[in-house]
Design a protein around this ligand. Structure first.
Ligand code: ATP
Ligand code: MN
Length: 266
């Protein structure tokens, strides 16, 4: 029915051969039987057609590049597949985001890792939906199944993901002007996130913002909280400080954190 070939077994081969063994072990470990079954199911349904190598292997999730053929005649579209790891201790840190989050009231069983990770993936998916609907640049949420989240790919046509803001090559004569513009752009994004989506990112930094062509993209919103979360303003202050510090290091004459805070919440 679908044009794509099943290429899950190529995942290993496609991976960057430079990566050391430990790194490879981490990314293989996440593709356990259960995950593979979910990916096969998604392939059968045409959500993705090929899953390629890892774009990122992190503590809590791996992100893979993927390609889908929406219909037999259509052009291929690129996707990103985020696979949350189901057996990790770092999820303990997430407690502070979950406590007080009314969306977690049912089903949050802290003793059940797999269930927690599923809830975590669900949270990212719902947050992405809200952010995407508000026309804030972010990956388009496409599909969620247990701990596997499929989203739009933020990258070029060759399959290279956009760099994180931290790694963006912004230089030349206009660099100062551009940094200033990006700072202002981010303030607007944070305000819309708060005012329209009623969310605080809660892990916002130059690591969770991608950059391309004068445009910022917000990613990694699994820990984002509703603005009625008891600690949302504390998280907001942290986001403001982290991003403000980053732009100050780039030489931007930023507003005070206090001024930014007032701008966002009022
Ligand atoms: P960890 O912190 O454990 O490394 P994470 O939870 O931070 O993982 P993300 O920040 O969502 O995961 O994604 C990790 C990296 O994967 C990003 O820095 C980015 O380079 C890449 N990435 C994530 N989503 C996309 C996407 N939709 N398109 C392109 N690249 C993406
Ligand atoms: Mn991240």
């Amino acid at each position: 029915k679908h044009a794509g070939k099943i290429r899950l077994d190529d995942v290993k081969e496609n991976q960057d051969r430079e990566k050391d063994k430990a790194d490879r072990a981490t990314s293989e470990q996440v593709l356990d039987q259960r995950t593979r079954m979910i990916l096969y199911q998604m392939i059968n349904r045409g959500v993705v057609s090929e899953v390629h190598g890892a774009i990122s292997t992190g503590k809590e999730a791996n992100v893979y590049g993927a390609v889908a053929y929406p219909d037999l005649h259509g052009a291929a579209v690129q996707r990103a597949v985020k696979v949350y790891k189901t057996a990790i201790l770092s999820f303990k840190d997430r407690e502070r985001y979950i406590t007080g989050e009314h969306r977690f009231k049912s089903g949050a069983d802290k003793g059940n890792n797999r269930k927690m990770v599923k809830l975590w993936a669900e949270k990212e998916f719902r947050n992405l939906r809200r952010i995407h609907s508000a026309a804030i640049p972010c990956p388009e949420p496409i599909q969620l199944k247990l701990h596997v989240l499929v989203m739009g790919f933020l990258g070029d046509r060759k399959g290279y993901a956009y760099p994180r803001l931290r790694d963006a090559a912004i230089g030349g004569d206009d660099a100062d002007q551009l940094w200033r513009q990006l700072y202002i752009q981010l303030l607007g994004i944070m305000r819309r996130l708060y005012q329209i989506c009623r969310l605080v990112h809660a892990d916002l930094s130059e690591y969770n913002i991608l950059y391309n062509d004068k445009q910022l993209y917000i990613i990694d919103v699994s820990q984002s909280v509703e603005h009625d979360h008891p600690r949302s303003l504390e998280f907001l202050r942290m986001d403001i400080k982290n991003t403000g510090d980053f732009f100050r290091r780039q030489g931007v004459d930023t507003l005070s954190d206090r001024t930014v805070f007032d701008f966002i919440i009022q």
